[in-house]
Design a protein around this ligand. Structure first.
Ligand code: NAD
Length: 370
């Protein structure tokens, strides 16, 4: 970002801070986008090819995501330009150094992202007393272990089913990406009576119209194997998950997996997005025209960030789950109501909802975005 003002608009960024520590060979950037609703929460990404521009785009996405989730937090993001697989002692120095350099900036709360984890957040907390996504031993709520995002996704699915007259009990569900989000979504949906008829990972797909044995799948994944190695069901390639006849299709793997060139393969009534931007805008529009309801990512997968915000105020795990339940239910209801009323896609309704909340928060502040 040669001109740090190039991306500025009415919503931010409020601050762009470049950090350099020559002794460590460290370079990093913090973008505080908009803190009208409260101090920003956003992940620290560590990768060799991250730029200030990417940091800004991710910070803006957090402003909208946190507003859409109804959290008292703005959006920010930080990046460290380095290999996250560097020796652990060096990584600790980098993360501690970066945190110390930004420690006085009360506008930003560090969270984990690509290349960083709970351990890194514990170093940040030790250094500056402020981070989320911590290990349980220092007050964290391990959101991937408890399935915070999958729990919220199941709740979003329940509300959406009510909207289209689909009985979740007995509904057939296919899950792309049986990882932290996919596995817990499967569990919470099965608990509500849904039948998980297919699941995939980066190595293949497993299908069974009578319902997969989730305990067996979890054991296989825990042993480091692929779901496609599960016994007693039919197997397919990674892409075969797209063709599974189902009522609910859940992408929980990678961005842009459903595009204009393959969207016609989906045979479902409802898509609930666990992954971030799994479906291109064009494909989302095509699905809407075919009468398939799509619940957008930043509404459906907000369970993780809601959990992190609850952790920040020292809430218990059960209080965090209650907050996820309440916020996601209300948001899905509101987004679907507005989408229908204004005849727009749920994604557009969700975006408008987030922007309206950011604007209202800005009106309460003397300086607008800070
Ligand atoms: P994860 O690494 O635990 O799981 C990802 C799974 O997807 C793995 O099983 C992997 O094998 C599988 N996968 C990879 N490529 C695939 C492909 N082409 N086809 C099918 N499966 C494939 O990651 P996660 O934490 O579950 O995150 C999944 C997605 O959800 C990401 O897009 C992430 O950004 C998003 N997300 C995660 C959270 C969270 O709380 N973890 C919150 C919001 C959004």
């Amino acid at each position: 970002m040669h001109d740090p003002f190039a991306f500025g608009d009415q919503f931010g960024p409020a601050q762009v801070i470049h950090v350099q520590i020559p002794k460590l060979g460290l370079k990093g950037v913090l973008v505080v986008d908009n803190v009208a609703a409260g101090p920003s929460i956003g992940g620290l990404r560590m990768a060799t090819d991250v730029s200030a521009e990417e940091c800004f785009r991710l910070a803006r996405a957090m402003t909208l995501k946190n507003a859409a989730a109804g959290l008292p937090h703005g959006g920010g993001k930080s990046v460290l330009m380095g290999d996250p697989r560097m020796p652990i002692a060096q990584k600790e120095q980098w993360i501690r150094g970066f945190a110390a350099a930004l420690g006085d900036n009360q506008h930003y709360i560090f969270g984990p992202d690509m290349g960083t984890n709970e351990q890194c957040m514990a170093w940040v907390k030790d250094e500056i007393g402020r981070s989320v996504g911590l290990p349980r031993e220092v007050g964290g709520i391990p959101l991937d272990d408890i399935g915070a995002t999958g729990f919220g996704l199941a709740r979003a699915t329940e509300i959406a089913c009510g909207r289209i007259g689909l009985d979740l009990k007995g509904a057939r569900v296919a899950i792309q990406g049986y990882g932290a989000v996919g596995r817990h979504s499967a569990r919470f949906l099965a608990e509500r009576g849904a039948v998980i008829v297919a699941a995939s990972d980066s190595r293949g797909t497993i299908m069974d119209a009578k319902g997969l044995d989730l305990a067996a799948l979890n054991a296989i994944k825990a042993a480091g194997k692929s779901v496609a190695e599960a016994k007693g069901a039919s197997r397919g390639s990674v892409d075969d998950i797209l063709d599974v006849a189902c009522d609910i299709w859940i992408p929980a793997a990678r961005p842009d997996v459903v595009r204009a060139d393959n969207v016609d393969r989906l045979k479902t009534r409802l898509v609930v997005q666990g992954a971030n931007i799994p479906i291109t805008v064009e494909a989302e529009r095509f699905l809407a025209e075919r009468g398939v309801l799509v619940i957008p990512d930043f509404i459906a997968n907000a369970g993780g960030v809601i959990c992190a915000a609850m952790e920040y105020i020292g809430a218990s795990q059960s209080a965090a789950l209650a907050a996820i339940d309440e916020k996601i239910s209300r948001n899905v209801e509101e987004v679907l109501f507005n989408a229908e009323k204004n005849k727009v896609l749920p994604r557009e309704a969700a975006h408008s909802l987030a922007i309206a909340r950011v604007k209202r928060a800005m009106e309460t502040r003397r300086w607008g975005i800070v």
